[in-house]
Design a protein around this ligand. Structure first.
Ligand SMILES: [Zn+2]
Length: 138
């Protein structure tokens, strides 16, 4: 499952950093997840919890702090950038559903809010970033 693959790379990254910084225990992990990243947060937290346990780190899901990063598009034509949330005001409910499940189709529904061009790209709002790791050195 997608969430498990993502959890595995998060856990590997965190453990690498923890070892580099001599952290013996982990207390809080802050993640930023793109608005358009299709991710079940419950499954992700469950996966991280068990993967950390396998690696000998005892950290519960209450210690995972997850922020959502808003999706931002940037026009290739005029350089204007705009938020997905703002663009949603101009499209129908049905189209929103489509974009949520298949972000790639956004190009069919959205246009640059400044010049109207359909030549734009997703600048932010995909992927998962480990923002900070808090732990103890003893
Ligand atoms: Zn534009």
């Amino acid at each position: 499952m997608h969430e498990w693959a993502v959890a595995e790379s998060i856990v590997l990254t965190v453990i690498q950093e923890a070892e580099k910084n001599n952290l013996k225990s982990l207390e809080r992990i802050t993640l930023r997840i793109g608005e358009l990243q299709k991710m079940e947060k419950d499954i992700l937290c469950f996966a991280m919890e068990s993967l950390f346990k396998d690696q000998g780190y005892n950290i519960s899901r209450d210690s995972f702090l997850i922020y959502e990063e808003p999706a931002v598009f940037k026009c290739n034509f005029c350089g204007n950038s705009w938020a997905y949330a703002e663009a949603l005001n101009h499209i129908s409910e049905e189209e929103k559903e489509f974009i949520h499940f298949i972000p790639e189709v956004a190009h069919g529904f959205l246009k640059c809010s400044s010049c109207g061009s359909a030549d734009f790209e997703l600048e932010k709002g995909r992927g998962v970033i480990v923002e900070s790791i808090i732990g103890e050195t003893c």
